[in-house]
Design a protein around this ligand. Structure first.
Ligand code: F0G
Length: 338
């Protein structure tokens, strides 16, 4: 533990690699929320491509490059695709993204296209796209989904940043889709604990959308395995996932930490998104606001860090836009005087 320098590589001594591909990911804002006295928002939308995935891609793409791969592949609900596309471009690798047609937010598609990835659209949802990558993609290209452990090594650095600024909070609330990030963050805190830095480890709270809650549903019923869903449904397309591949790691993280899983409704997610934007000045995509929705619903005692995983610009269609027509200066003045 000897943080030095900027970005994710500040924690090089805690990582399996000392240096690598970087776009300046990490060191995202930790903002004290106006919504609740105990709530802090870790705004991962401030990463280079607008989501936490950049932490994992810095490591993952470095390993892909160093192992001599020329191609990388991901299945994605969008953010992984945008991030992989940018980091692959930086490293000079070809990037294939397998996406569920009609289920990827516009900003994310645009990013993957802009960074020069090959966009491969499949019918079906994310779970289908991931199955294709696992069964076929990995034979032809280096996979960068979160079953790749290097991804999680990068993503664990969020814990180090929270620790440096705030110490160890009582709760860390994380939106859960394919269930990698919550496991990664827990790994980071555990490593701080092993070094004697974190005396009391936080409880990890995994948040899913009600219509896509294989883990939260199972948790509520006291089951040890998720209740997979064939047709998940939620406005938060980033976490519209019925069969999370990392479920064993996520279950372990929640259980070991003494935390729990919870589901929030689409209404609660959109309400939290609006509150976060209008009261805290933080623009989150719906999945990112799910953690805040849960934190507001739970009213936990102690310090709570809600991880806001992605930027509002990712999903412009999730927000209703109201604007007024102004025909002349008088009308403008009239409106301004109100
Ligand atoms: N929040 C956002 C904004 C995401 O994009 C994702 C996952 C999650 C939360 C959940 O993280 O999968 O580690 O539990 N997005 C993936 C993707 C699935 O393809 O971009 P997780």
């Amino acid at each position: 533990w000897a943080p030095k320098g900027r970005g994710l590589w500040r924690y090089a001594t805690m990582l399996p690699l000392r240096d690598g591909v970087s776009l300046g990911e990490g060191q995202t804002p930790l903002v004290k929320s106006n919504l609740d006295g105990h709530l802090y928002v870790k705004f991962e939308g401030a990463n280079p491509t607008g989501s936490f995935k950049d932490r994992g891609m810095a490591l993952g793409v470095t390993v892909a490059k160093e192992s001599g791969a020329s191609k990388v592949v991901v299945a994605s609900t969008g953010n992984t695709a945008a991030s992989a596309a940018a980091y692959a471009a930086r490293a000079g690798l070809k990037c294939y993204v397998v996406l569920p047609r009609g289920n990827v937010a516009r900003g994310k598609l645009m990013q993957a296209a802009l960074h020069g990835a090959e966009l491969l659209m499949v019918s079906g949802l994310f779970d289908k796209a991931l199955e294709y990558v696992v069964t076929h993609g990995t034979r032809y290209a280096y996979p960068l989904n979160s079953f790749n452990p290097w991804r999680l090594e990068g993503q664990k650095t969020l814990a180090f940043e929270v620790y440096e600024e705030l110490g160890c909070p009582d709760y860390v609330v994380v939106p859960v889709g394919n269930a990698g990030n919550i496991a990664a963050i827990w790994k980071g805190f555990k490593e701080l604990g092993e070094l004697g830095l974190c005396k009391k480890l936080p409880k990890m709270v995994g948040v899913q959308a009600e219509g896509a809650a294989p883990l939260a549903n199972a948790w509520q019923r006291g089951l040890k395995e998720p209740l997979f869903i064939d047709e998940p449904e939620t406005v938060a397309t980033a976490i519209k996932i019925g069969k999370p591949i990392n479920w064993p790691k996520a279950m372990a993280a929640v259980r070991e930490s003494g935390g729990f899983f919870i589901a929030v409704s689409d209404g609660e997610i959109l309400k939290a998104q609006r509150l976060l934007a209008s009261r805290d000045g933080i623009g989150a995509e719906p999945a990112g606001a799910a953690s805040v929705a849960a934190a507001l619903k739970l009213k936990l005692n102690g310090t709570v860090v809600a991880v806001v995983t992605g930027h509002a610009l990712k999903d412009p269609d999730a927000v209703e836009i109201n604007a007024r027509e102004v025909r002349n200066a008088e009308e403008l003045v009239e409106l301004l005087e109100k």
